[in-house]
Each structure stands twice: as C-alpha cells, then as structure tokens.
Design a protein. Sequence first.
Length: 201
Amino acid sequence: MYYPSFTEEKERKQNEARSEIARGFPIVGMVYREGIILTTKTSPITEKISSVEMGIALAVVGNYHHIRKIRRMVKEVAKKTPMSGSRARNGVTARVILEHDEYGLIDLLGAANDSWGPLYSVELAVAEIDAEGNKTFYRVDYTGMPSYHKNFVVCGGTELESGEGTKQKIEAFIRKRSADLSALELGDAVELSVKALRQHI
C-alpha cells in the first residue's frame, strides 16, 4: 500500500482547492467616486458577499460550506472585538478580521494548509472604507497568503503561467479600461465591473 508524503498530499489538496475555486463565478471589488462596489453572479443561498460592519464587507468564492464557515468566523470576530471610542463603528477593521488572535482568517486558512486535514477551498477579499475615507481591499487565498490591493481586487477565476487565466484577463481588462477608478460614477463602475466579469464566460 502506498502512503503519500505530506508534500504530495498538500499538493493534491491545493489542486483540488484551486479547481473548486475556479468553478465559482469570480467577484470584482472596485472603488468609485463615492465608495466601493462588489460585483458577481450569485444566489440568495450562496451569499458570497456580505456586510460585516459599517464600511466593511466580505466577499468569498469557493466551496459553499466553507463560505458559510468563513462568514461565521467573521461574525465571531465582530462580536468579540471591543468597542473603540475613536471610531463611529466598533473596533472591527479589515486587519482585525484577518489577524484576530482566535478567529483571524489568515491563520485559519494557513493552519489548514499546513496540516494533514482538508483545506478551505475558498478565496476571499475584505473591502474596507476606514474612518478617514481610505478605500482598500485585502485578498487571502486558500493557503492563507494575504495581499493588499488599492483600487480593485478580483477573487476567484484561474491563474495560468501564460497569463491567460480568467482572473488575469479580468484584471487586465480593468487596468486597460480606466486609469482612475476613483473618479468613476456608480453607474460607470457597475458597467465596467460587469464587462470585466464577462471575461470569465
């Protein structure tokens, strides 16, 4: 009987996670003149996009059950974060959601990636407009690796060495169509997001 090494098992799980994420419809997060929009194709059951606190939203692509668990973890962070008198909302921020000592998403996904157990087959983004009006996105992949994005972010889709993956096509489309996303009106931002997502079809 053959027993795979930890490295082989880890690679197998990562391939499965990538495949499951790629089957989901991507999400585009984008700034516009008055705020941030998150656009995708979804259903009331899946709830890939949800509000966390005033000025913070969560977007997740991937396994339905894993999406639900991620959303529950974020709610726990919101409940357990103390109020902050210096903010209009409580002390929850995008960084707190990602780095919380007990329920932080970076450690949650990273620990699963470094274990023999199953991975979280998700890619997620946290969008935030902070108390000063700064608009930012943080994306975390299925291994728990975070990245910072200033004007837009794409979750889901595929990434290929050729640069022809669906995520890469969506990102390239947005970059070519608008040099200053923060100057767009809401209608123009929605139109651009929808056209960009058609690169997935």
